[in-house]
Write a protein that binds this ligand. Structure first.
Ligand SMILES: Cc1cc2nc3c(=O)[nH]c(=O)nc-3n(C[C@H](O)[C@H](O)[C@H](O)COP(=O)(O)OP(=O)(O)OC[C@H]3O[C@@H](n4cnc5c(N)ncnc54)[C@H](O)[C@@H]3O)c2cc1C
Length: 376
């Protein structure tokens, strides 16, 4: 039989269970507790620490590159495309304010788009460069993109053209997640690791979640913040897994590369990290194969990444690969912004943050917490 102390502090009724301790899940818990400090909130995470995309990513505090934004303008129209930019822009400002630049290892290095020789993308970008800046002025109050071809030699790139924006930066994703985890725990949420949810049931009183190993956890409301893994717990939710592969070089003496860099409409991305180069992407080379939530790297994509190092990023330099890894993003099957929706009277899904979760995770978490609160 439980004591009053256990009931009050450990085993009382749980108002909210969040499944998934990534940036979305943790911000959901934090925002919910800000409005309901006396409610019991539990975050369940399958790994021994957060193990999803939030700790596997490249750490771009991402504003977006000109070619990506022009692509959005063409496919979504100006209003929706600019709304998406604004979400990222506001999200980044909120993230930095909430956790602090030092705690997340924020470096205000700016973001580049790199164009190789005869890159047809550059023609499209050059033609509409001023138009793009005019559209963005409405959001950030000034021109965002500048031409930066003159910086190519200093950065050591074998590129023909370069654009730069001052609004993008780099974060240390490990520091960011540790800072966020601390904040969520200080706000009163319990975070349980090695707690994989394998199934769940809902009735008139609440939701029962069965954990790997047999334990059961119950709650009044549940948010699934399981991103690229969502289809296992929420079948038919329309979130597809999308694996992203990354490599990191060993330290390179004399490396002058600093910043975050986008190539080929963002299909490749690289940055400096403590005298090394972190490079990811290439998913477009095998879309079918990379639509998976399995951990792993492939020869095809790793070879393409190494080729990019040799020909574009480090053309004159010797390098060795120190580490390779993969992570799983979640994308909406039909495209579109992150999905935050009520799935039943007691469950909410917050997933599908694509490749921009660092920037928008805080706002997606707030939206999910708001949806839960409206259902109480
Ligand atoms: C290689 C790579 C590079 C990226 N680069 C960038 C970048 O530079 N900038 C940027 O903004 N974004 C980037 N992203 C995307 C960004 O990391 C994601 O959008 C963001 O982390 C999503 O956060 P999330 O909390 O929704 O998902 P996740 O971080 O994936 O969190 C979901 C969590 O749910 C847990 N979980 C899943 N199923 C269960 C279950 N059954 N029971 C319990 N727990 C469960 C998982 O273990 C995981 O920890 C990148 C992603 C990858 C993979």
């Amino acid at each position: 039989m439980g004591s009053i102390w256990e009931d009050r502090s450990f085993s009382g009724e749980t108002a909210l269970v969040v499944v998934g301790a990534g940036i979305t899940g943790l911000f959901t818990a934090l925002h919910y507790l800000r409005e309901h400090a006396d409610h019991r909130v539990v975050v369940l995470e399958s790994g021994p620490h957060p193990v999803g995309a939030s700790v596997k990513n490249a750490g771009f505090a991402c504003f977006g590159s000109p070619s990506e934004l022009l692509h959005d303008l063409d496919t979504l129209g100006e209003t929706v495309a600019m709304q998406r930019v604004e979400e990222r822009w506001r999200g980044l400002l909120e993230l930095r304010q909430e956790l602090g630049d030092e705690a997340i290892g924020f470096e205000p290095v700016g973001g580049y788009e790199v164009f190789r020789k005869d890159d047809p993308l550059y023609t499209r970008v050059a033609e509409r460069f001023d138009l793009l800046n005019t559209a963005l002025r409405g959001i950030v109050g000034k021109d965002v993109f500048v031409r930066a071809d003159d910086r190519i030699p200093a950065l050591g790139l074998s590129a023909e053209h370069l654009t730069w924006n001052a609004l993008e930066g780099a974060v240390d994703s490990g520091m960011l997640m540790r800072a966020l985890l601390r904040k969520v725990q200080e706000a009163g949420s319990e975070v349980r690791f090695n707690a994989k949810v394998v199934s769940w049931e809902e009735d008139a009183h609440g939701v029962s979640l069965k954990l790997d190993g047999g334990a059961v956890c119950t709650a009044k409301q549940v948010v699934f913040a399981t991103n690229g893994f969502s289809r296992h717990l929420v079948p038919g939710c329309g979130i597809l897994p999308a694996r992203g592969q990354v490599l990191l070089t060993e330290e390179i003496p004399g490396l002058t590369l600093t910043g975050t860099f986008h190539v080929d409409e963002g299909y490749y991305y690289f940055r400096h990290y403590q005298g090394r180069v972190l490079l990811g992407g290439g998913r477009h080379l095998d879309m079918a194969g990379e639509t998976t939530d399995l951990d792993g790297t492939t020869q095809q994509i790793q070879n393409a990444l190494e080729e990019l190092l040799r020909t574009l990023i480090l053309p004159e330099k010797e390098f060795r690969i120190a580490q390779r890894w993969s992570g799983v993003m979640g994308f909406r099957e039909q495209g579109g912004p992150p999905l935050v929706e009520r799935r039943s009277s007691r469950t909410v899904l917050a997933a599908g943050l694509g490749g921009i979760g660092v920037a928008v995770g805080i706002r997606v978490g707030r939206e999910a917490a708001g949806l839960v609160a409206r259902g109480i």
